[in-house]
Design a binder for this molecule. Structure first.
Ligand code: CTP
Length: 421
C-alpha cells in the first residue's frame, strides 16, 4: 500500500494530526511530508510539551498550514472554532501519543487544545503510542488503552526496539510509513463515530432533508479524444456536499470529472457533460435544497465521430451551441426545491452580475466569487464569497473552501428553518 503506485491514495482526505510531547515527535515531521505527498490535507495541533521537541515552524513548513496550539486563542477561535477544527477532519491521528495524552483522553480530560479536540470530535482517533517500555507496560497505561479501544479508538504500534532512554522493549512509535498505512486503512472505512445516546436527532441542522449539489467542470466532447473544459477542481462543491451530509442531510452529489474522491456520506453520481448533469439533476429531484456549484460549460460542439485529423484545410472551426442551464431549469421547473442556490464566477462587476444572475435564474441565493487572474479560486484552497440575495449583499472573509462550505450549510439551515417557521 505504501509504494509508488499509491501516490495520491489520500487525495483530499483531511487528517488532523495531534503531536504529543515525546522525542518521536521528530518522526511526525516525516509523517506530515508523506501524508501530503499522498494528497492529504494535514492540519497540525501541538501540545505544549511537543513544542519542547520540535518547533511549530517545522510543521508549518511541511503542512503548508498554520499550526494550532492554543485553546484560548481569540484569533484561532474566530477563524476556525475548536469544535469545527475537530469535526472538519476525516480522521484524528495522535502521533506521538504519550502516556499522558492517552491517560487524559481515556479520562475525558480537556485541559488543552489537543485533548479538547479529542473529546469534541465525531470521528475516530488513531493513536500511535510512543513512550518508555515500563510506562507502556504499566497497568495504568494498559487500562487507558483498553478504555480508548472501547470508545472506538484505533491504534498503530508501538513497536518493539531500542528506546531513546537506553532500554529495550515495546514503546517505540511506529515508523511514519507504518502510520501512513494505518491511516490509509482507517480512511477506507467509515471514520464517523456512532452518535452518542442522548444526542438529539435535531443535532444535524439539515436532518431529514434532501440536498442536491452539482460540482466540478463538465466536459463537452469535440471528437472521441478531445473536449472543452474549464479549470474547476470541484473542491468547493464537494466540500458543500460533505458539509451537508455531516449536517444530517441525504445528499446527492452530481459531479463532473474531478480528481477528488467521493465525499463520505453522499450518493455521488458521476457525469461528463452539461446535458448529463441536467438529466442527473432532474432524476435526483425532488429535493429540499439545490446547490449549483458546478462550472458548467456554456457551450458544446457537435462531436465528430472520428478523431479530427490535421489536414490541408488548416485548423478546423468549431461550431458551438448553447448548453442547457441546469440551475435555471431546476429553479424554474415543476419540481423546484424550497431553496435554490447558485454560484457566480465573475471577473468583473461581481455584485452587479450576481444580482442579475439571481433574478435571471430565479435563485434564492447566489454565492459570488471573483475568479479573475491571481485570486487562485479555480483549483485553489481558498475562496472569498459575496452572498447575494434579494435582501442585499454580504461579504464573507477569505476562507478555506471547507470552512466556506460549513458556513454556507449553516446559513442554508437557517434559511430553510426561517421559511418553515
Ligand atoms: N450553471 C448551470 N448550467 C449552465 C451554466 C451555469 O447550472 N449551463 C450554473 C452554475 O452552476 C452556477 C450558475 O449557473 O451556479 C452561474 O454560473 P456562471 O458560469 O457564473 O454563469 P453563466 O450562467 O454561465 O453566465 P456567464 O458565463 O455569462 O457569466
Amino acid at each position: 500500500m505504501t509504494g509508488v503506485g499509491c501516490a495520491r491514495s489520500l487525495a483530499a482526505k483531511r487528517v488532523l494530526l495531534i503531536v504529543g510531547g515525546g522525542i518521536a515527535a521528530y518522526k511526525s515531521l516525516d509523517l506530515v511530508r508523506r501524508l501530503r505527498a499522498r494528497g492529504a490535507l494535514v492540519r497540525v495541533v501541538m501540545t505544549a510539551a511537543a513544542k519542547e521537541f520540535v518547533t511549530p515552524l517545522a510543521f508549518v513548513s511541511l503542512a503548508n498550514e498554520k499550526v494550532y496550539d492554543d485553546l484560548f486563542s481569540a484569533t484561532d477561535e474566530q477563524e476556525m472554532g475548536h469544535i469545527q477544527l475537530s469535526r472538519n477532519a476525516d480522521l484524528l491521528v495522535v502521533a506521538p501519543a504519550t502516556a499522558h495524552i492517552l491517560a487524559r483522553a481515556a479520562r475525558g480530560l480537556c485541559d488543552d487544545l489537543a485533548t479538547t479536540l479529542l473529546l469534541a470530535t465525531d470521528k475516530r482517533v488513531l493513536y500511535a503510542p510512543a513512550m518508555n517500555v515500563r510506562m507502556w507496560l504499566h497497568p495504568a497505561t494498559q487500562r487507558n488503552v483498553s478504555t480508548l479501544h472501547g470508545d472506538g479508538a484505533w491504534f498503530v504500534g508501538p513497536n518493539i526496539g531500542d528506546m531513546a532512554c537506553g532500554e529495550y522493549g515495546p514503546g517505540r512509535m511506529s515508523e511514519p510509513l507504518e502510520i501512513v498505512q494505518a491511516i490509509e486503512t482507517a480512511l477506507n472505512q467509515d471514520t464517523r463515530l456512532p452518535a452518542p445516546e442522548g444526542l438529539s436527532t435535531r443535532g444535524g441542522a439539515l436532518d431529514g432533508l434532501h440536498v442536491v449539489v452539482t460540482s466540478g467542470p463538465t466536459h463537452e466532447p469535440i471528437d472521441p479524444v478531445r473536449y472543452i473544459a474549464n479549470r474547476s477542481s470541484g473542491r468547493q462543491g464537494h466540500a458543500i456536499a460533505a458539509a451537508a451530509a455531516r449536517a444530517g442531510a441525504r445528499v446527492t452529489l452530481i459531479s463532473g470529472p474531478v480528481a477528488l474522491s467521493d465525499p463520505p456520506g453522499c450518493e455521488t453520481i458521476h457525469i461528463e457533460s452539461a446535458r448529463d448533469m441536467l438529466a442527473a439533476a432532474n432524476a435526483a429531484l425532488p429535493a429540499d435544497i439545490f446547490v449549483a456549484a458546478a462550472a458548467v460549460a456554456d457551450w458544446r460542439a457537435e462531436p465528430a465521430i472520428d478523431k479530427i485529423k490535421k489536414g490541408d484545410q488548416g485548423a478546423p472551426s468549431l461550431s458551438l451551441v448553447e448548453n442547457p442551464d441546469v440551475l435555471a431549469s431546476v429553479s424554474r421547473g415543476p419540481n423546484r426545491p424550497r431553496l435554490v442556490v447558485g454560484f457566480a464566477a465573475e471577473t468583473r462587476d461581481l455584485d452587479k452580475n450576481a444580482q442579475e444572475k439571481l433574478a435571471r435564474k430565479g435563485c434564492d441565493l447566489i454565492v459570488a466569487n471573483d475568479v479573475s487572474e491571481g485570486t487562485g479560486v479555480f483549483g485553489g484552497d481558498m475562496n472569498q464569497a459575496h452572498l447575494v440575495s434579494r435582501a442585499g449583499v454580504e461579504d464573507w472573509p477569505r476562507l478555506r473552501k471547507e470552512e466556506l462550505a460549513e458556513r454556507l450549510v449553516a446559513r442554508l439551515a437557517q434559511m430553510i428553518d426561517g421559511e418553515a417557521s
